[in-house]
Design a protein around this ligand. Structure first.
Ligand code: GNR
Ligand code: NI
Length: 192
């Protein structure tokens, strides 16, 4: 297992249209393992292979919902230095792998989510997307699956599908808002 470096905008590699996977071998399993480790380390809920520089149609998603059946626990990190301790439920691991995913019959009804992206750090903006869709994909063995999705999962898989086609969530914003986001990124990078 290895944590990989996440590519950030405006790196031109993020505009790559990724290539379908045609070999379901151990190397693919290693890539998926490394992508999960990288995603969890970065506190993301999804990751496309191009975000770690691999132009293949591979996605991992884990929405990590709170496990309300488990005992709440004291959290170990400090929320903005406010000195308060916080108690919350542990997160449930629900890792999902999507190889060569396709979006089928997107709903006419739209949904708005405040989106973020590990390749566009610390920038958040509302994006409208179809509220629900069907998704067809392959697993690590190449078997085909199909499932209806809605809620955050539908939003997340559409965000990840965009990465496979070289599109970032900021590309859905007005040119003014996109340029503001890119300027903010550039400024943050210079300050670091
Ligand atoms: O971690 C992430 N959170 C998120 C929130 C709202 C909509 C989409 C996402 S995906 C993002 C991780 C990421 O950049 N995946 O490509
Ligand atoms: Ni993203």
């Amino acid at each position: 297992m290895a944590i990989m470096e996440i590519i950030e905008a405006p790196d031109p590699r993020l505009k790559t249209v990724s290539t379908p996977v045609d070999t379901f071998d151990d190397q693919l399993k290693i890539l998926v393992d490394d992508m999960f480790e990288t995603m969890y380390d970065a506190n993301g809920i999804g990751l496309a292979a191009i975000q770690v520089g691999i132009p293949l149609r591979v996605l991992v998603i884990d929405l990590q919902p709170e496990d309300t059946d488990a005992e709440p626990e004291e959290c170990d990190h400090d929320h903005g230095g406010d000195g308060h301790s916080h108690v919350h439920y542990p997160l449930k691991k629900e890792p999902r792998i999507f190889i060569n995913p396709e979006i089928l019959d997107p709903a006419d009804e739209m949904n708005t989510y405040q989106e973020g992206c590990l390749s566009v750090p610390d920038i958040y903006a509302e994006v409208d997307r179809p509220k629900a869709c069907r998704v067809r994909w392959q697993d690590l063995e190449g078997n085909v699956h199909e499932e209806a999705m809605d809620g955050l999962l539908a939003t997340c898989i559409q965000h990840e599908m965009d990465h496979l086609n070289g599109i970032l969530f900021i590309d859905h914003l007005s040119r003014l808002k996109r340029n503001m986001a890119l300027k903010k990124l550039e400024k943050a990078r210079k300050a670091a």
